[in-house]
Design a protein around this ligand. Structure first.
Ligand code: MTE
Ligand code: MO
Length: 378
């Protein structure tokens, strides 16, 4: 069975599916660590986890004829580790994070993720731009970089995805062939021995167990690039959808989530306040500018305190944690039920939409409406 060699997982990871293994941590724990502990980092696998030994590992780099002077070369793990080591903090978020909230409007197809299909880590490895430039790859707005994993589907096709060459070659894009996560070797679930980290870009393009890179004049022809991880109008249904007409998701939109309190939690009011915390993140390197909270349906908003790295805007790939002591009125205390809303604003002043109604899509991706949590006051 291809499932015989699956790694052991932390017992707190709640599986959304077991084969392939997909799981998220309790979000109250997620919001407690600026760098997500490796063993609590969500896992999103489409296929069985491949077994790769450091000695046998090989990465192939091919430049196709349509993308300049065609060439092929291979690297082993030592070759990659000999290149200058670069570390970048980047949050990785699944395109389907928070899908379970969108599903409540109308069912969608996909794993029912809560708000925990995201994690923030320090990734270290060789820069993809160094590898490509050494191979003589020149900038060209029309070209793509295709990544393939060692995980194969039943028809022997690997997991695959692609990104624009311009992102790969941009030193400020910080794309790395990562062999470390928070200073530790990658674990098998997160892509051992090498995965590509594409900061600011949807999780699906951060290919694990990377075995092949191709510079080409077309995107990856994989199912996951072509017929999945794309957004559509709320009125598009499975009879009318044309995946060929929509752009594959790359940069993610601004989002936030309340990690604590949890829905239906009984929360103690302390001197007229409750403590609320969570995360916020935007794709494309956009820094989080502000997170606003309300507990009266938007009549009054309170600005949360942010914890974030000092990276410049445009290159701010890590998430922000936020926290606030939210005031509660005597009237609200008497009613005992309270609904808290969070909305984040990024450096381009993009803001989350208020509700899921107008962003609903049949795959349940890009689910970034205000996060709304109902609690009971005690
Ligand atoms: N890479 C390979 N080879 N196979 C996969 O199934 N899943 C992708 C991406 N890279 C995947 C992959 C998706 S959809 C996401 S969200 C991220 O990996 C999840 O990364 P993680 O499991 O390290 O959190
Ligand atoms: Mo994903």
């Amino acid at each position: 069975s291809p499932w015989a060699q699956e790694p052991k997982r932390h017992e707190l990871l709640k599986p959304a599916s077991k084969r392939p293994f997909n799981a998220e941590p309790p979000i109250s724990m997620l919001g407690e660590h600026f760098y997500t502990p490796n063993e609590l980092f969500y896992v999103r696998n489409h296929l069985p986890v491949p077994c790769i030994s450091a000695e046998d590992y090989e990465l192939e780099l091919e430049v196709e004829a349509g993308a300049g002077k065609s060439s092929k070369c291979t690297f082993n793990l030592d070759d990659i580790k000999k290149l200058p080591k670069h570390t970048v903090t980047a949050a990785i978020m699944c395109g389907g994070n928070r899908r379970s909230e969108m599903t409540r409007i109308k069912p969608v197809k996909g794993l029912s993720w809560g708000a925990g299909a995201v994690g923030n880590a320090k990734w270290s490895g060789a820069r993809l731009c160094d590898v490509l430039r050494a191979q003589g790859v020149e900038p060209d707005e029309h070209l793509q970089v295709i990544f393939e994993g060692a995980d194969l589907d039943p028809t022997a096709h690997p997991y695959g995805a692609s990104i624009p060459l311009s992102k790969a070659l941009d030193p400020r894009g910080d794309v790395v062939l990562a062999y470390e996560m928070n200073g530790q070797p990658l674990t098998r679930d997160h892509g051992y021995p090498i995965r590509v980290i594409v900061p600011g870009t949807v999780g699906a393009r951060n290919v694990k167990w990377l075995t092949r890179i191709v510079v080409a004049d077309h995107e990856s022809d994989s199912h996951w690039q072509q017929n999945d991880y794309k957004g559509f109008s709320p009125s598009t249904d499975w009879d009318t959808v044309d995946f060929g007409k929509a752009q594959a998701i790359q940069a993610m939109p601004v989002t936030s989530a309340i990690c604590s309190p949890m829905p239906e939690e009984r929360v103690k009011v302390d001197k007229g306040h409750i403590t609320v915390y969570g995360y916020a993140w935007s794709g494309g390197g956009r820094r989080i500018e502000r997170v606003d909270l309300t507990n009266d349906g938007g009549k009054t908003w309170h600005v949360a305190k942010l914890e974030q790295e000092k990276e410049p805007d445009g290159r701010h790939y890590g998430w922000s944690l936020w926290s606030i002591r939210l005031p509660v009125t005597d009237e609200q205390q008497k009613q005992s039920e309270l609904e808290i809303w969070a909305k984040a604003v990024d450096s381009a002043y993009n803001v989350q939409p208020e509700s899921f109604e107008n962003i609903w899509n049949l795959r349940g991706v890009l689910a970034n409406a205000y996060h709304k949590v109902k609690v009971k006051l005690i």
